[in-house]
Design a protein around this ligand. Structure first.
Ligand SMILES: Cc1cc2nc3c(=O)[nH]c(=O)nc-3n(C[C@H](O)[C@H](O)[C@H](O)COP(=O)(O)OP(=O)(O)OC[C@H]3O[C@@H](n4cnc5c(N)ncnc54)[C@H](O)[C@@H]3O)c2cc1C
Length: 407
């Protein structure tokens, strides 16, 4: 029995290891000159590969019963697998990293396991352009000629971060086999805003952000936000991005509201009280003196300028102006009009519709002996180890299914 794994990333490597039981012959076809390039850039080179508290709610998909896939049983099998290949975790606030703090430790552990198996071969610099099925045999077309196999595991990733090798090259082929492809969109990505906030470029602040879709609060996040030329980024923004990008695609109105002083005031009234108290203690200094203690100076200047507020002591500023200043600082509204694109997105939302896949085996419902794992499927996770966790979890299922279903 010969199985071809298309794509030697996180999910494909794990699938190959799990498929190699029962002495199946496994071939990994990888377009890059080595496997696992993306693993090396994860977590800024530290590789946040799992999380202590994973539930289906950390993931996004059109398919609503994700607990059929992301459940305690599958997660504990995933963690056991990772431990068994020798990855030693360092857990920081629930986030799993390799103890060495280096992503290469994770890749090395997987590659070592592959090297131990004498029935797995890797062909690098091999780009798969098409898959055909003739009778019971798969024919895989590549730049290095055709490969034949009884079973195929598709683990080519999504369309995000294409310089690592994943550029959505097989969506069309999979569609022609009858699979519904949920439109791939960038996720875990910076968001473009309508307002002209160029002046704030480079400002980084610890904030609370709220995503509103058609004026309804969807989700709140805390963390560092970065202002760029025409976009906002940072982990708190990335966490909201999957929903916001998909919402825009569906013609929803997406807004992000920012509280720049989250630890001081929850709303404008509380912030006015704070400013008044500070003004009293400090003997009525000019307003910039108080604001500069709690805000990046670019934010202070920006708000005073755009709201046409003079730099005077607090009690010389009209209460209407003061109210609007505090409203802006605690609830600054930005309209989302796009995203920074696949080139910088960490993951892809969308992909092969889970309705077209048997979730127990990850085998296609349209073409027997064709399996999927990883980001090519319509599952994207939050930032925090959830995406690699899913790549590994699904790689184990697809790999084991291939092994178990010997013909
Ligand atoms: C900058 C960055 C940081 C990230 N940090 C984290 C993190 O800290 N924690 C986390 O959980 N997730 C993180 N992710 C997401 C995570 O890396 C991915 O979700 C995960 O790697 C997906 O695994 P995969 O195997 O499905 O796809 P990939 O890792 O993309 O692997 C797909 C492989 O298939 C190959 N391939 C593609 N098309 C073809 C073809 N036609 N023929 C042959 N080979 C092909 C590619 O070259 C690639 O090697 C990060 C992503 C990025 C970009």
């Amino acid at each position: 029995m010969k199985t071809i794994v298309i794509g030697g990333g996180a999910s494909g490597l794990v699938a190959a290891i799990n498929a190699s039981v029962f002495n199946n012959e496994i071939i990994i076809l990888e377009r890059n000159n080595s496997c696992g390039k993306k693993i090396l850039v994860t977590g800024n080179g530290h590789c946040n590969y799992f999380h202590e508290n994973i539930t289906k709610d950390n993931y996004h998909s059109k398919y609503k019963e994700l607990d059929n896939l992301i459940n305690k049983d599958n997660l504990s099998k995933t963690l056991s697998f990772l431990n068994n290949v020798g990855i030693i975790p360092k857990i920081k606030n629930g986030y799993y990293y390799p103890y060495s703090d280096q992503a290469i430790s994770v890749l090395n552990a997987l590659m070592e396991e592959i090297n131990k198996k004498n029935n797995i071969k890797i062909y690098t610099n091999t780009f798969v352009s098409n898959i055909k099925k003739e009778n019971e045999l798969f024919i895989v077309e590549t730049n290095n000629g055709e490969y034949h196999a009884d079973k195929i595991i598709v683990s080519v990733g999504g369309a995000s971060f294409p310089k690592s090798g994943s550029d959505g090259s097989l969506y069309r082929t999979l569609e022609l086999f009858g699979h519904n492809i949920i439109k791939p969109l960038p996720a875990l990505v910076g968001l473009k805003v309508k307002e002209n906030v160029k002046e704030l470029k480079g400002v980084r602040s610890e904030v609370e952000v709220t995503l509103l879709e058609n004026d309804k609060v969807i989700r709140k996040e805390k963390g560092e936000l970065q202002h760029n030329e025409d976009s906002i980024s940072g982990i708190c923004i990335m966490q909201l991005s999957s929903r916001a990008v998909r919402g825009l695609e569906n013609n929803m109105q997406e807004e992000i509201h920012i509280n720049y002083v989250k630890d001081i005031a929850e709303n404008k009234e509380e912030f006015i009280n704070f400013l008044k108290a500070q003004s009293k203690i400090l003997g009525s200094p000019k307003i910039t003196f108080i604001l500069d203690q709690v805000l990046n100076y670019k934010l202070t200047n920006y708000f005073l300028k755009t709201l046409k507020i003079p730099n005077l002591p607090l009690d010389e500023i009209s209460s209407l102006k003061l109210l609007s200043l505090c409203e802006n600082i605690t609830n600054y509204k930005l309209t989302i009009i796009g995203n920074n694109g696949f080139s910088s997105a960490q993951v892809t939302s969308g992909g092969v519709d889970l309705n077209d896949v048997n979730l127990k085996t990850l085998e296609s419902k349209h073409l027997s002996n064709l399996y999927f794992c990883g980001e090519v499927l319509d599952v994207d996770g939050d930032c925090g180890g959830y995406n690699l966790a899913f790549a590994f979890l699904s790689g184990i299922i697809a790999g084991k299914s291939v092994g178990d279903n010997r013909k």
